[in-house]
Design a binder for this molecule. Sequence first.
Ligand SMILES: [Cu+2]
Length: 152
Amino acid sequence: MLKSTTTAMLLVLVTSTPLLADDMPMPVNTDAIKWGPAPSFLPAGAKIAVMAGDPSKDGIYVLRLDIPANYKIPAHNHPTSEYVTVISGDFHIGMGDKLDKAKGIHLTRGGFGVAPAHMNHYAWTTSHTIVQVHGEGPFAMTYVNKADDPSQ
Ligand SMILES: [Cu+2]
């Protein structure tokens, strides 16, 4: 009896292990990250890499943006909170209805900021910058001034 219980438990372990492996994305180093053009609602020139999840669906997503120097993201907000970690470069973020370089905070490598849901904020770079953004999907972006939306 004891033996068959152990065998059954082993079977459960053996058969469930491959499922766990399939659910786990492969860890990646920087040079293995696959970049593509950022979505049209971001100003042209940035690249995006989805690290985990699907930003278009419910659930946690993690993405990275590769942003050229002197790039500006006009004032906007999101339906869910946006968590930004600076991987490299010079990223400036400010809260408010209009991009104002006098009011932003300069974040460098390792810097972190949160844009709470529905709160207007803006950002710009002063060097080639990579940021990691994570939050609860679906990700969406609403510009304060509709004319700032490059997808329109
Ligand atoms: Cu934002």
